[in-house]
Design a protein around this ligand. Structure first.
Ligand code: LLP
Length: 420
């Protein structure tokens, strides 16, 4: 689905809500999410996979807002968490433990203890040592066998940006073949754990079906091996990664992902798990930021705006390109425009040479498709407080879902030691 934000009566907005009005009411930088779009994305996944038993999970890292987790929980999705922090968010939002999968390549002992104690749906193990650690904890803590999954590293290139590729043999994630053999025998011999799943996650923003086909081939081969060895497998988790269109370019439909994944699943007889982040929430969001200054630069205008890499890191970190639109519709000439933030780093750009009209100080820009990995990757560098978040409901109501941070919020922890 394309972005829901469009021009009506000269104003960029959605469902009769003008983004310019939101910027004046809540200030900028401001993340705005259109909830019906999240709903539509979720419905599209469920429909595409409806002829195979599939559980759709939300990958909390994409956008960890508590209200969002609570709302998704009411729609009975599962949740993929990768830290005690994300697990705690899910618990606070009311997610039942049996709908949480806990992945992550570097879980600490404290995190594993919390995961075991919480009796989660399954804990995904990414190394032999981690399998040993969970068994030790499970033994010490008693109780029934802990459901675990093994994350396979199938040595497949996701054909996406190298920084978001996770399933090549040299990558840190998952178990390569020698580790898989060892981890498999370990968990099968230990009554404290029960091998209920296999997992892969190849990377993010994937727009080619080959990685899913090749990766799943390997996972299905491992599943057969595990089943023959007596593992009570119930789930194959094909991870997340479905790509979205950032620049308006055509990308595969969710049905294409289903066509690549489902036929491979059929012979296994186990259920499919998906854990999607970007696909569910990415297109639903935009970031509003205000132009502070317009500086002349050779062959381009340079707009300095109030949100930068601390608000939206993707362009600085991956060279990601998001569409940028002025919230006031403009029919004049477009100029190549660099949109740069206030942070003291040369890489602090939100867009480079993007076609935009002449921008006056005070103009508001919308950076599209920023519902995923926007707010969740924000930082406090240069002591910038985090932005506010609002969403637009199915009834067209605007609800704040996280207030803007203050400098006092930032200083709270420092002050404890400062005043001591
Ligand atoms: N499952 C696991 C184990 C993951 O590590 C991830 C994302 C997902 C699921 C969800 O992937 P998605 O459906 O969102 O592609 N910050 C980067 C993306 C990093 C993704 C990390 N893992 C970005 O802004 O592009």
């Amino acid at each position: 689905m394309a972005t829901p934000f469009d021009y009506a009566d000269g104003q960029l907005g959605v469902d009769g809500v003008s983004l310019a009005d939101l910027a004046s009411e809540f200030g900028t930088p401001l993340y705005v999410y259109h909830r019906p779009t999240i709903h539509a994305q979720l419905a599209a996944v469920r429909e595409a996979f409806d002829d195979y038993p599939t559980r759709v999970c939300y990958s909390v890292k994409a956008n960890s807002n508590l209200r969002l987790i609570k709302w998704l929980n009411a729609r009975e999705v599962g949740f993929d968490v990768v830290s005690a922090g994300e697990l705690t968010r899910a618990v606070i939002a009311g997610v039942p433990a049996e709908r949480v999968v806990f992945a992550g390549v570097g879980k600490t002992e404290a995190e594993l203890r919390q995961a075991v104690a919480s009796k989660l749906w399954m804990i995904t193990l990414e190394s032999v040592e981690e399998a040993e650690a969970v068994t030790r904890l499970a033994e010490a803590m008693g109780g029934s066998a802990v459901p675990v999954a093994l994350r396979i590293n199938p040595d497949v290139d996701a054909l996406t940006h190298p920084h978001i590729t996770t399933g090549r043999g040299m990558d840190k994630f998952g178990l390569i073949p020698a580790e898989f053999e060892a981890a498999l025998s370990w968990v099968l011999e230990r009554p404290e754990v029960e091998l209920v799943g296999l997992h892969m996650h190849l990377g993010s923003q994937i727009t080619d079906m080959r990685p899913y086909e090749e990766g799943l081939q390997e996972v299905v081969r491992c599943a057969k091996q595990a089943q023959e060895a007596g593992a009570p497998l119930k789930w194959i988790n094909a991870g997340g990664g479905f790509g979205i269109s950032y620049g308006g370019e055509s990308v595969p439909a969710v049905a294409d992902f289903a066509a690549a994944i489902v036929p491979q699943m059929r012979p296994t007889g186990v259920e499919l798990v998906l854990e999607l982040g970007r696909f569910l929430v990415g297109p639903a969001g935009c970031l509003l930021t205000t132009v502070l200054y317009n500086k002349p630069r050779p062959a381009r205008q340079l707009a300095i705006v109030d949100g930068g890499m601390t608000t939206l890191l993707r362009p600085a970190l991956y060279g990601a390109e998001h569409r940028v639109l002025p919230v006031e519709e403009h029919h004049g000439a477009l100029e190549p425009t660099d949109v740069a933030g206030p942070i003291c780093e040369s890489t602090d750009y939100l867009a480079r040479r993007h076609p935009l009209p002449r921008l006056e100080s005070g103009a508001t820009l919308a950076i599209l498709d920023t519902g995923a990995y926007g707010m969740s990757m924000a930082s406090h560098y240069n002591s910038h407080p985090g932005p506010a978040e609002v969403w637009i409901t199915e009834d067209g109501l605007v609800e704040p879902i996280r207030r803007r941070e203050t400098i006092e919020d930032l200083l709270t922890i420092d002050m404890e030691a400062f005043e001591a």
